[in-house]
Design a protein around this ligand. Structure first.
Ligand code: S3P
Length: 429
């Protein structure tokens, strides 16, 4: 298990690009494989999670080439997958496992999905339940709640499903099953979660209906392969945004970041905290909005975070708590119980780490209250095996006098290979 040491920074300055969006990278492989003809993907994230999805589709008979600059997928159409001859390993990736479960439910073959110890502990009933209502035959540990999941593909019928959670993984799993189901499939959610599946299905030529609170898909769509550009991941950019805000003397330009409105909660939250963030050069690439983001050091103040901004910033909460730890006043986060079932319990993990850094934190069932301090203490932080906790505590360490040690950092490779080098390239000591 490797660890990193981070020292106090005097500024975060320069111009960077972050790796491709993880959610869009997964979906590029999935929909590219289900499309007929060739899809060429540039900007694909070669992180462990998205590579698990890539390998899963290779195992289902799809030819996928990687020449180092782009990924070429030889899609065989919606009914072109074949039975994998071995268990499919989703590693640490919830997106791979949940979306694949939906897709595999409607195939004419058998498959088994597993993952690492963190993924095997995460809830799967949220997809297994509604998919079973569609007629899926899925078996798993703890009555289908936990992986490994065994899926006997079967005939599915469309449903109208009101999801109790705002989750793009749940929504996308049901939509994918809906492509194979008789009739229409409707998914509604309390607040809109990321809509990359909806956008990409349309980009590949499918007709679907989106409406206030939900989405409707029809069985038997035809998808056509095409060129696809993956924008920089706003969830990866978030670590740099917070680093530049909290380290005095910073000015950082992050180029080519995906700014889909279902993902820009982080920008709204940081701006509400008094952060100086400017979006420039807005454009659209492959059906997704993209912009450059200029960030300058700012004096932050505490705010209340709840409601529909929560799913729009769901992966950014670990680093948002770092910003809150240095903001004036008490930041109150609520309505974010989903954080407890991420790669680790992110409420407990950040509360633990921030307390080590000298911050007063109260945990609630669905959030936390963080009282900001002038300056963090250097500490020994623990990633708890979660990439975003590791990166958040490395960012926190930039403001603490002395050395902050972050242990178990190998997990960063799931979403952000090269994070440390990119960070150290713009950090001034
Ligand atoms: C993702 C959806 C979110 C997010 C995850 C990626 C996706 O999960 O946390 O990192 O690609 O659909 P939930 O659907 O569980 O909220």
């Amino acid at each position: 298990m490797n660890s990193y040491t981070v020292r106090t920074a005097q500024g975060v300055r320069g111009e960077i690009r972050v790796p491709g969006d993880k959610s869009i990278s997964h979906r590029s492989i999935m929909f590219g494989s289900l499309a007929r003809g060739i899809t060429r993907v540039t900007g694909f994230l070669r992180g462990e999670d998205a590579l698990c999805t890539l390998e899963a589709f290779r195992a289902m008979g799809i030819e996928i080439e990687d020449d180092g600059s782009s990924i070429t997928i030889h899609g065989k159409g919606i009914h072109g997958l074949s039975e994998p001859t071995d268990v499919v390993d989703c590693g640490n990736s919830g997106t791979s496992m949940r979306l694949l479960t939906g897709l595999l439910a409607g195939q004419n073959f058998f498959s088994v999905l597993t993952g690492d110890k963190y993924l095997r502990a995460r809830p799967m009933k949220r997809v297994v339940g509604p998919l079973s209502q569609m007629g899926a035959k899925i078996f798993g540990r703890a009555g289908g709640e936990k992986a490994p999941l065994a899926i006997q593909g079967s005939k599915l019928s469309g449903i109208s499903y009101d999801s109790p959670v705002s989750s793009a993984q749940v929504k996308s799993a049901i939509m994918l099953a809906g492509l194979y189901a008789d009739g229409e499939t409707v998914v509604r959610e309390p607040h809109l979660s990321r809509d990359h599946s909806e956008r990409m299905l349309r980009y590949f030529g499918a007709e679907l209906e989106t409406f206030e609170g939900g989405v409707k898909v029809h069985g038997g769509v035809e998808l056509t392969g095409r060129e696809l550009m993956v924008p920089g991941d706003i969830s990866s950019a978030a670590f740099f945004m917070v680093a530049a805000l909290i380290v005095p003397g910073s000015e950082l330009l992050i180029k080519g970041v995906g700014v889909n409105p279902t993902r820009t909660g982080i920008i709204d939250i940081l701006k509400a905290m008094g952060g100086d963030l400017e979006l420039t050069n807005p454009r659209e690439e492959s059906g997704e909005p993209v912009a450059d983001i200029l960030v300058r050091s700012s004096k932050l103040k505490a705010i209340e975070i709840s409601g529909d901004v929560v799913p729009r910033a769901i992966d950014e909460f670990p680093v948002i708590t770092v910003a809150a730890a240095l903001a004036e006043g008490t930041t109150v986060i609520s309505g974010a119980a989903e954080l407890r079932v991420k790669e680790t319990d992110r409420i407990a993990a950040m509360a633990d780490n921030l307390r080590r850094a000298g911050v007063e934190v109260a945990e609630t069932k669905d959030g936390m209250e963080i009282t900001g301090v002038e300056c963090l203490k250097a500490c020994n932080a623990d990633s708890f095996g979660d990439h975003r906790i590791a990166m958040s505590m490395m960012v926190a360490g930039l403001t603490a006098p002395g050395e902050t040690l972050v242990s178990d950092v190998d997990c960063i490779a799931t979403s952000f290979p090269g994070f440390r080098d990119l960070l150290m390239g713009v950090v001034k000591h």
